[in-house]
Design a protein around this ligand. Structure first.
Ligand code: FES
Length: 102
């Protein structure tokens, strides 16, 4: 259950959850199509940390990028991804992470 920092907030990935699933669960806006590493449409910038892929994705992944649909984090990471404005308003104050450290 690694800590994930985004542009707006931070959360912990659940066991077995992909980064995309965690981002969706916490109201982040991520484009996607195949959800299995083929198309590359979910590509987002990785600010720091490293992710792991269950299987090497077929889509090209440049240094400093990740494909959240098919990766998870084994250590704290930071990605450049924003929450949807509506989710941000509705969940304001609901996601409390006091006491967490990166
Ligand atoms: S959605 Fe296709 S590679 Fe992630």
């Amino acid at each position: 259950m690694s800590l994930v920092r985004t542009t707006d907030t931070q959360f912990r990935l659940l066991d077995g959850e992909t980064l995309l699933e965690g981002l969706e669960r916490t109201g982040h806006q991520v484009e996607y199509q195949c959800r299995s590493g083929y198309c590359g449409s979910c590509r987002i910038p990785l600010v720091y940390g490293q992710v792991t892929y269950k299987e090497q994705p077929l889509a090209y992944v440049a240094p400093g990028e990740v494909l959240p649909c098919c990766c998870t984090a084994a250590e704290p990471i930071s990605v450049d991804c924003q929450r949807m404005p509506k989710a941000q308003e509705e969940n304001e104050g609901q996601l409390s992470f006091s006491g967490l450290s990166a």
